[in-house]
Design a protein around this ligand. Structure first.
Ligand code: GLA
Ligand code: CA
Length: 822
């Protein structure tokens, strides 16, 4: 017995030793115009994939898929906020086990490039920064703010504990690490970027190669001399042009495109984005033929499960749940036609036959239509944490609290106040309109005494709602749902909930005529804020409370409501009926991947067997959610939907293909309302002339100096190619000092023609993305007109203009008139 135990122990030890024995240490360095792997020239062919966007059981399959494309590395971001969801509480287990992801890559003969932030962008909630940083209101993000830097360092240290043993120097697969991310589109701050560099050096040692990535037009702003520079650009871009400046400044540096965008991300309320396979493959072929390294962003995009999708800015454009990205490996891990074309090209540059394409881990299944019969009203989701009308604060006229002040990251808050009677008439006056004005982050629904009045949607830049006449003591309730925090640009400091104080303005008109208009504004100072955190546990509790109650009678709901010392629910209460949690079940004999269809639902969140699947919104374009089979089980499976708007039908079914491009908009998102078209005939243009041909930024000063106005109109009279399709990638307006005016408040007032299929609407000229553009529809006549509302009156003395990034700058403008007017 003793002998047997001894033997077992020894053999066990041997096995363990076999697994943990250090792999040989190696080097990854910078040579003359090339990277050097263990001293040998090396072209990086990296596949960008994000481990939190892939269910862990599928990690290895996705890595093998990348390998079968001929890639030799995977490139990953580290999302700070998924690892430190609560300050000081770190999680590197299960789907967050980044070290294991790297080990699986190594096991499959793949190197790893790590981009540990702290900021990552990536269409991910707040660009990867944890929301709780915003509890310190005056924090400066991505700057040398002591509080921010202290937390960055703690986080990077903890990542270091996971990844330090996995650098190539320590026998692991990690060859390079990125310092920050595209800092140029945020600001100019070499001291900050240097501090992030120093932090990584101190954790991983100076031997580990560090690099920076940015757009070629932004690079010089923050490029540090001792770091490798890499460029980000999209499919179709003129590649030589992208590397021209780097070639001039650092002729001996290796060239790498650190993000070659295979496709693009989707936003709620806008068309699904795709990019042609041909352009992608040709670009990569060109790079490989020139020995240029790359990372293909995304090679496999996956899914932004739960509440992790971010939002784009300027403006507010929340990203959908799917991160398919039109990548060669689709959201659910299969090879697309793009994949096969890419593989064929990659084969040319491989010394050996490419590995065969692995079988998917699961088959696709369909699920017949089923109903979500259980209902629990939204009120049951309150977690008892709320702030009651605070009389002390009232004296100071405090604003309603943001989510962050209520210590809640994600969810919905119900704001309640009581209204005074607003007189409908005065001497010779009568009310012409009552308007509620507020700033909601992000989706507000307004109720008076439980009756739905309408919504104020940040996506549409809405700030006001017309109300009926108001009587004394009526209850005004504003239900505000937060979507993903902005992940791009200066606006990442994106507090949720009601921002500032709502006001109610009553305008009176006069019966007699001397007075044109009188306005009276009332600012409620007493607000009650109740939280509904966005959590599976909260949903389950909501159903617990509903047990034994008949969900369709208002008496039963009354109890739930009164339980909080709250008002009675009425039969007519639209806030309570219809809005809330729905639960249903489906049975499976065999598990598999599927796409659950939610097109009859309003807006909210979905959980399947307790896994947060993501956001849904009837407006589309995404109408189905990818449900990986590894999270399903044989027998009974549970689906919970939190719908803050309410469904038209409570049904769900599983289909074999996703629906990523079905918009159900109330109104088209084109900007071609004829009433918005300005009459330019009476105006003198600020610029009337020709722009240059070719790629790159152009400075267009106004001949007669500064013009004052709120609107900027670009009237295109001809294009360089002398055909009718015009395109513009970006426009900046410059102030008296030739500084770029902030584009955050910009909206499109009018566009004579917008190519909708590829999502080339007018707002693409100020989305801060050089690879997206406004483009007119083929066959529409000149002049093409684009009118931008600058948000307020501005002094403009010129513009900066960027044509499309593709070779020859397709659609670039020749003759143009630019107007600034009131
Ligand atoms: C930039 C960022 C990425 C991602 C892409 C767009 O390049 O660095 O994180 O946001 O844009 O998909
Ligand atoms: Ca753009």
């Amino acid at each position: 017995m003793k002998f047997f135990r001894l033997l077992t122990l020894t053999s066990l030890m041997m096995i363990t030793a076999g697994i943990t024995a250090a792999k040989e240490s190696g080097t990854f360095t910078i040579g003359d115009k090339t990277f050097l792997l263990n001293g040998q020239p090396f072209v990086v062919k990296a596949a960008e994939v994000h481990y939190p966007r892939i269910p862990r059981p599928y990690w290895e399959h996705r890595i093998q898929m990348c390998k079968s494309l001929g890639m030799n590395a995977v490139c990953i971001y580290i999302f700070w906020n998924i690892h430190e969801q609560q300050e000081g509480v770190f999680d590197f287990t299960d789907n967050n086990d980044v070290a294991e992801f790297c080990r699986i890559a190594q096991k499959n003969g793949m190197y790893v490039i790590v981009r540990p932030g702290p900021y990552v962008c990536a269409e991910w909630e707040m660009g990867g920064l944890p929301w709780w940083l915003l509890k310190k209101k005056d924090i400066k993000l991505r700057e040398r703010d002591p509080y921010f830097m202290e937390h960055v360092k703690i986080f990077e240290e903890r990542v270091g504990e996971q990844l330090r043993p996995l650098t190539i120097q320590n026998g692991g697969p990690i060859i390079m690490m990125q310092v920050e991310n595209e800092y140029g589109s945020y600001g100019e701050d070499k001291p900050y970027v240097s501090e992030i560099r120093d932090c990584l050096h101190s954790i991983y040692g100076k031997e580990l190669s560090l690099f920076q990535c940015d757009w070629s037009s932004n690079f010089e702003k923050n490029g540090l001399d001792d770091l490798t520079w890499t460029m980000n650009f999209g499919t179709g871009a003129n590649i030589d042009e992208q590397f021209r400046r780097l070639g001039q400044l650092r002729p001996n540096a290796p060239k790498m495109c650190s993000e070659f965008w295979s496709g693009w991300f989707d936003k709620w309320g806008a068309q699904h984005e795709t990019r042609p396979a041909k352009d992608m493959v040709e670009g990569m072929d060109e790079m490989l033929s020139k020995g240029i390294s790359f990372s293909l962003y995304m090679t496999h995009g996956g899914t932004s499960f739960g509440h992790w999708a971010g939002a784009n800015s300027p403006g507010f454009a929340p990203d959908v749940t799917s991160y398919d990205y039109d990548a060669p490996i689709n959201e659910w891990g299969l090879a697309t036609p793009k994949f096969w074309e890419l593989r064929k090209m990659m084969e040319k540059y491989s010394s050996h036959k490419l590995p065969s394409v692995p079988n998917p881990p699961m088959k696709i299944i369909t699920i017949p239509k089923f109903e979500l019969t259980e209902f629990a009203p939204l009120f049951n989701g309150f977690d008892y944490k709320y702030t009651w009308w605070d009389h002390e604060e009232e004296a100071h006229g405090e604003s309603p609290k943001t989510f962050e002040e209520l210590d809640m990251g994600w969810g919905t808050v119900l704001y309640t106040t009581r209204l005074p009677e607003i007189p409908q008439e005065g001497r010779n006056l009568s009310v012409s309109q009552t308007t509620l004005t507020l700033e909601a982050h992000d989706f507000a629904q307004v109720f008076i005494d439980g009756k739905y009045m309408g919504r104020i949607d940040r996506v549409k830049n809405e700030k006001t709602l017309t109300l009926p006449p108001i009587k004394q003591s009526q209850e005004l309730q504003i239900l505000v749902e937060g979507m993903g925090r902005i992940n791009f640009g200066r606006a990442i400091k994106d507090f949720k909930g009601l921002i500032g104080k709502p006001t109610i303005t009553t305008s009176f008109s006069s019966h007699v005529g001397e007075v044109d208009k009188i306005e009276v504004t009332y600012t409620p100072n007493q607000w009650e804020c109740m939280r509904i955190p966005d959590d599976y546990e909260v949903a389950v509790k909501a159903f617990e409370e509903q047990k034994g109650k008949n969900p369709t009678t208002h008496e039963s709901l009354n109890r739930a409501v009164i339980g909080r010392g709250y008002r009675y629910a009425k039969e007519s209460d639209e806030l309570i009926f219809g809005r809330g949690y729905y639960r249903g079940y489906f049975d499976l004999k065999k598990v598999g991947d599927t796409f659950l269809n939610f097109e009859t639902w309003g807006k909210g969140q979905v959980w399947v067997n307790g896994h947060a699947m993501g956001r849904i919104w009837s407006i589309g374009p995404q109408q189905t959610l990818y449900v990986p089979g590894c999270w399903l089980k044989k027998g009974k499976n549970e689906v919970i939907v939190l719908d803050i708007v309410g469904p038209s039908e409570k049904v769900v079914w599983g289909q074999a293909e996703p629906e990523l491009n079905k918009l159900q908009l109330e109104k088209s998102n084109k900007h071609n309302n004829p009433g918005d078209k300005p009459d330019l005939n009476s105006l003198a243009p600020a610029f009337d002339g020709e722009l240059k041909a070719g790629n790159g930024w152009q400075y267009v000063p106004f001949k007669y100096g500064t013009k004052k106005g709120r609107y900027l109109a670009v009237e295109v009279l001809s294009t360089q190619a002398e055909n009718d399709v015009a395109a513009i990638a970006e426009i900046y307006a410059l102030d008296d000092d030739n500084q770029r005016i902030s584009r955050e408040p910009w909206t499109v007032k009018y566009a004579s023609s917008e190519e909708d299929n590829g999502n080339h609407l007018g707002d693409k000229v100020f989305d801060l993305q050089e690879s997206t553009y406004w483009q007119t529809i083929k066959g529409t006549d000149f002049p093409h007109l684009l009118v931008i509302d600058l948000g307020s009156e501005q002094h403009v003395r010129g513009i900066e203009y960027l044509p499309r990034a593709e070779q020859g700058a397709p659609g670039s403008v020749k003759k143009v008139k630019i107007y600034i007017y009131k």
